[in-house]
Design a protein around this ligand. Sequence first.
Ligand code: COA
Ligand code: AMP
Length: 632
Amino acid sequence: MGRYEEVFQKSIQDARGFWGAAAEKISWYRKWDNVLDDTNPPFYRWFPGGELNTCYNALDRHVEGGRADQAALIYDSPVTNTIRKFTYRELLDQVSHFAGALRKLGVEKGDTVIIYMPMIPQAVVAMLACARLGATHSVVFGGFAPHELAIRIDDARPKVIISASGAVEVKRLIEYKPMLDKAIELASHKPSKCVIFQRPMIKADLMKGRDLDWDGLTADAGPAECVPVKATDPLYILYTSGTTGMPKGIVRDNGGHAVAMQWSMEHIYDTKPGDVYWAASDVGWVVGHSYIVYGPLLAGCTTVLYEGKSVGTPDPGAFWRVISQHGVKALFTAPTAFRAIKKEDPQGEYIKKYDLSGFKYLFLAGERLDPDTYHWAHNLLQRPVIDHWWQTETGWPITANCMGVERFPIKPGSSTKPVPGFNVKILDTDGAVLGPNQEGLVAIKLPLPPGTLPTLWQADERFLQSYMKMFPGYYFTSDGGYRDEDGYTFVMGRVDDVINVAGHRLSTGAMEEVIARHPAVAECAVIGAADSLKGQLPLGFVVLKAGVDTDNNKIKEELVRMVRGQIGPIACFRESCVVARLPKTRSGKILRGIMRKIADGHEYRMPSTIDDPATLGEIEDALKGMGYAKKG
Ligand code: COA
Ligand code: AMP
């Protein structure tokens, strides 16, 4: 038996022994009573009875253990021309004082705090300060519009919101404060205070009595010590797109999360304390939570916080510059970032300018890694390019080529094998386990390992409905795929109405809800169509109300504005078309899956339940008019 097989089998057959041993690498105030409480399935709890503090494990113990002067965080911001290093001692100092400032505002264990910030060190400080106090943070990605932020405010009910005056995008400044004000106006729940970090290039107006300046508040705050929390207490809530306009509040606990992060840094990413690890993502996404902030810091690495893009900041050599300048060992990003480099620098001229001798691995996730991009990246880098598959829900990879366990040959298009702890199965729609090379639905046999979602924030029933009821005894991933004869997993894409745009997870259902509010729209459908740069792009189809004689182009422009204004620019909703009717089943269900196949030029089978087959021809014509539906 190979090393992987041995580790994997142990993780499944003796989950308690396996994770109990892994948990020894974390510092606990009180050890757990039981590694896993499985008395109330499918609500499993890891390390009940245990007490710890995640911030202590991410900062204090490294300072106490001799890493005080090692860089904990390197802030590299080509958009502001800034590079700033924070040692573990400095980061701890900033975090403990900001935690002291939050405490002055009444934030304590069990409270929720929303963080709506760009990629600046204060975002990391804010997250860790909440963890230090035992408060539960919920970071909202800055590309979301006020309406989306308002939904999250009403669900998380934060005592305090932490934000900044704005973000610096490649070609423009984005003011956050007006968006925050609008969101609070829209929300029913009102935070008692907002803390605003003023960036030098954007000045926010503060509302007297409610808003406080970050610097002013922190200047006279003493440091706060770590508050012990239960392993099962929530560290954070991270909202992610579901199939409707109401996002899902993924809950992450403290204990299981710390154990899983620490284990994954060593065994999946092959990083050791002191290594420089860079996840080029955003703190607003799960990759940012797990592998910009918590994973690398829990493991005693140096993390890179990069405020820039793979191209345009200033050129397609940006990633190579960061890797060589900071001695990055492993880079983790989304395939789309590499497709953008490939588009601008197909021959890889920029890479020749930099010394990448310390660079060992490229990890890609967030969307399917198409074989073309894999080959391009591999030929260019001549290093392992590792596709790994995971979800906000799991918090860490489900399938991967675990560099710290056993390295398998890579098969392009596959994210390799199940990570220890994840008992992945391919099922048919009746829940029967499928054999090799049979495509089906990807599910994970319960219990899920530590660090995965114990439930949805104050929504146990939705948790059951969304993930647990489809196949009792399994977590349903909503992804389709298969496994080959060597046990390699191929994840082919979502089987629900969630799409992936530039590695950002979005709900077509949420976009439909926005479009349906347009006074001229009778009904609509949004699908995700394949895009060579961003993976997928949303396309809207609208049927107008009878008698509407407004110019179609004007309506389409209004729809773009509405989606941008209510969901945000990251939805990248730019194209729609007006059609006479939508293809439906006789029972009235819109055939979005078939529309998607037509858009991507794939073969499809005419469903026997279709109401009028001619509607598919009409959709195909409309798609051709937009440059889609090309065969081959
Ligand atoms: N705050 C406000 N607006 C934001 C934002 C933020 N934090 N992040 C992005 N936006 C806006 C952008 O300005 C852009 O607006 P525009 O339509 O006015 O131009 C829009 O949202 C789309 O942004 P983005 O998807 O970043 O597109 P881009 O064309 O600027 O860049 C890529 C293209 C491929 C370089 C970029 O999408 C990328 O690097 N993606 C990787 C994403 C990633 O890391 N995902 C995390 C999973 S690992
Ligand atoms: P998110 O929750 O934003 O991380 O998005 C999760 C979804 O992204 C998954 O359900 C998949 O559909 C997709 N995804 C993430 N990583 C991969 C990958 N390596 N291969 C294929 N799909 C992926």
